[in-house]
Design a protein around this ligand. Structure first.
Ligand SMILES: [Zn+2]
Length: 151
């Protein structure tokens, strides 16, 4: 797994110590780390925001679910929305999955594919709804992303 500096988001070679680029100490406790990541969602560079969204999902920071849903519902950059869909699929919980059902009808097929995939993985009623939505999707890629997860 790749780690990023909590201050400048440079790539790190290990999880501890200092950032080679900005010198920031990396040994924050989980609470500080989560708060810092959530603030970084407002970073001016989209690529950095994308990394932050990825990390929020990877670390399963449930406090960020509201922020991620906000991105899913209102962000205009489809790459950021796609990353938010992936993060919410990793964190799960009813609130995240309900937002992914909305995203399964997003205007970007990348986002729809990602949302469908996450819902299928979540299983149960979520999987049923995802398959139903995907069946009527105009994009072959979206229909495939549902089928690929069905055994
Ligand atoms: Zn740094």
């Amino acid at each position: 797994m790749t780690f990023y500096c909590i201050n400048c988001f440079a790539e790190l070679h290990d999880d501890g110590g200092q950032c080679p680029r900005c010198g920031a100490a990396q040994n924050l406790d989980r609470r500080d780390y989560a708060a810092k990541l959530r603030r970084a969602l407002g970073h001016p560079i989209a690529e950095t925001r994308r990394r932050v969204i990825f990390l929020l999902g990877e670390k399963r920071i449930t406090d960020a679910v509201g922020d991620l849903i906000e991105i899913l519902d209102h962000e205009s950059d489809p790459f950021l929305v796609e990353e938010a869909a992936t993060a919410l699929g990793t964190i799960r919980g009813d609130q995240s999955l309900a937002a992914l059902v909305r995203a399964a009808r997003h205007r970007s097929f990348l986002v729809r594919a990602r949302a469908i995939e996450a819902l299928v993985c979540a299983g149960g009623i979520w999987r049923e709804r995802a398959l139903e939505i995907a069946e009527h999707d105009p994009s072959a890629m979206v229909r495939e992303s549902a089928r690929g997860k069905v055994e």
